[in-house]
Design a protein around this ligand. Structure first.
Ligand code: F6R
Length: 608
């Protein structure tokens, strides 16, 4: 949600910032703005809509200056408008600030400032920060930011520049990510490394309640109490090309096609076929406790939550661990008992999802061990868990998550297998699982080779207004994920149901205009899914069935069939989700939707 990029260096800031904003646009895209400092002046421009609108506005305006900041917004307080867009400024237009997050006590601060005669020009919570910093500034911008941090409650990642503090930007964070980038010609700061990965791979992550003063030649990090922090520089493993489209029309399609490789990356160096036991170096610090674990609670949101739902069945199948999965946003409302040796496992692509972060903090207070499966290295969840496993899947830029879902499922299988083999899972089962895992990348390629067939199905049904997705057991979460994918990028109404629930309500909806995607591979649920398909057909509902290659029975009944290769029952979700992703993609594409930036959504939900 919202993106920040800043530069202080020896090059002109404008092109660097605009390019950085474009890399961040997936985080929010209802308005954007830029402020550039030059010779005692700061010029600010803001525009509603995508970055191109801002670009059009400033294209012909000379904007010299080697110090600047830019922001792309996902509205929380106040509609998307130019006045509400960042950077915000104080009344005298000396302080300029960009902000991600939410200032919870902004009403109180606003009232206090209004009493002092301050006039507000926007409906945002952010503006209070600009006025506070202006109030506290007496020549030392870092100090003014520090005093402001002490006044505010809520979450923030901020970058601030001041007309009277030339050549520097001050950044600070509490709950919203900020990374400093180090290059030969200056320093960067951004909410996400993708904004600067073209210029540098050397980064330093700011932690909560820390701030940094950044200049062309230096940066210094301090705590909110002014204690100096020395932090090691990290090397970003992503390359600039990872964030390019490479000939694909959309990031979502590119990321769907990357899955053979990202599944492979999730397993790379982690398989020991002979022993039927994976190796997961990241969990070594907690292994002694984890191998005795009898109670695991997975927490996540959205697509990552559906991965957790598959994970529950996986853990029940391969281990003796009692496993639950909770929506992170609901976790704190539950009165869960944590028996000794309970572990919480957070699943998150971004590692910054506010609800997931809040859930692990709550679990920490209750004394549980904390594990993470996270894609973004150095992210908050990665840092706040005791141990974890990285996806190593590269940046996921399409707002709809695809490659991370299959990567999460692969890693969940490895983790379940590792714990299961230390409990009672026999060697033969371990070996079978590893062989099946090794076959996945090739099997995913086989499914991707049917893209034209899936596109033709989308052609036939994309105008239908309502869709149903059905599955059982391992594939019940795939029904929910398939429905989520379709609704979020095509805006078609879709529901994912456990197929056994169909008779308890949704069957009333079945008619010739409502397609059902029935996920019915040849697993132990097959016969039951067959009955569901028959029930839909006898009510003249069109059925698009996802089946195991060679299935003849479903073929006779269903209107459309998409085949996936044979695997073990618990790995089918990694295969059956691919046709769902492609169906959603092609429907959205035929409807002319903005696939990588669907309306109202943003990648990385850093507000609760
Ligand atoms: C849907 C989607 C979201 C995310 C959710 C959690 O396609 O991408 O539902 O899965 O916002 O995000 P992470 O995994 O970053 O915690």
């Amino acid at each position: 949600m919202c993106g920040i990029v800043c530069y202080v260096g020896s090059r002109e800031a404008k092109p660097i910032l605009i390019d950085g904003l474009k890399q961040l646009e997936y985080r929010g895209y209802d308005s954007a703005g830029i402020a550039i400092q030059n010779q005692g002046q700061v010029q600010r421009f803001r525009a509603v809509g995508r970055i191109v609108e801002l670009e059009k506005k400033i294209n012909s305006i000379p904007l010299p200056g080697k110090v600047g900041m830019a922001h792309t917004r996902w509205a929380t307080h106040g509609e998307p408008s130019e006045l509400n867009a960042h950077p915000h400024a104080d009344q005298e237009e000396k302080v300029f600030i960009v902000h991600n997050g939410i200032i919870e006590n902004y009403h109180q601060i606003k009232k206090r400032l209004e009493k002092k005669g301050v006039e507000f020009s926007s409906e945002t919570d952010t503006e209070v920060l600009a006025h506070l910093i202006a109030l506290y500034f007496d020549g030392d911008l870092g100090e003014a930011v520090r005093r402001t941090m002490a006044d505010v409650e809520g979450t923030f990642g901020i970058a601030v520049l001041h007309r009277d503090a030339p050549g520097q930007i001050v950044v600070a964070r509490r709950g919203s990510p900020l990374v400093i980038g180090i290059s030969n010609d200056g320093h960067f700061a951004a909410s996400d490394v993708s904004a600067m990965v073209r210029h540098t791979s050397q980064v330093v992550h700011l932690q909560d309640n820390e701030m940094a003063v950044i200049t062309r030649d230096d940066f210094s990090i301090t705590t909110a109490q002014a204690k100096l922090i020395q932090r090691a520089v990290e090397e970003v493993e992503w390359k600039a090309e990872d964030a390019e489209l490479n000939g694909f029309p959309h990031y979502m399609l590119k990321e769907i096609y990357e899955q053979p490789e990202t599944i492979e990356n999730a397993m790379r160096g982690r398989l020991e076929p002979g022993e039927g036991v994976p190796k997961l170096g990241g969990i070594t610090p907690v292994w002694d406790r984890l191998k005795e674990c009898r109670h695991l609670v997975m927490v996540a949101c959205g697509t990552s939550y559906y991965a957790g739902c598959v994970g529950r069945y996986l853990f029940e199948r391969l281990t003796e661990v009692d496993t639950e999965v909770e929506l992170a946003s609901e976790f704190r409302y539950r009165k869960l008992n944590f028996p000794p040796n309970t572990f919480i496992l957070a699943l998150s692509q971004s590692g910054e999802t506010a609800d997931t972060l809040a859930a692990i903090r709550e679990a920490r207070r209750k004394g549980a061990g904390l594990l993470g499966i996270v894609n973004v290295v150095g992210s908050s969840i990665a840092r706040e868990t005791d141990a974890g496993i990285y996806n190593h899947a590269g940046p996921e830029i399409g707002v709809a998550s695809t490659k991370i879902f299959t990567s999460q499922l692969t890693i969940l299988t490895l983790l379940a297998l590792l714990i299961g083999r230390h409990q009672n899972l026999p060697l033969t089962e371990g070996i079978t699982a590893i062989r099946a895992l090794q076959a996945l990348p090739h099997q995913v390629r086989e499914i991707l080779a049917q893209a034209h067939h899936i596109e033709a199905i989308a052609e036939k049904y994309h105008k239908c207004q309502n869709w149903l997705f059905l599955g059982r057991k391992y594939n019940y979460p795939i029904a929910m994920e398939g429905a989520l994918k379709l609704k979020e990028i095509s805006y078609i109404h879709a529901e994912g149901y456990a197929a056994g629930e169909m008779k308890h309500g949704p069957i009333a909806l079945i008619n010739p205009d409502m397609p059902t995607v029935a996920i019915a591979p040849m697993d132990e649920m097959y016969e039951k899914m067959l009955s569901n398909i028959q029930e839909i057909k006898s009510r003249k509902g069109p059925v698009i069935a996802i089946v195991t290659k060679g299935d003849e029975k479903v073929k006779e009944l269903a209107d459309e069939v998409i085949e996936v290769p044979t695997t073990v029952d618990y790995l089918y979700p990694i295969l059956t989700v691919i046709p769902c992703q492609l169906l959603a993609y092609y429907c959205a594409s035929l409807l002319g939707r903005d696939i990588d930036k669907p309306r109202n959504l943003a990648k990385s939900v850093t507000v609760e």
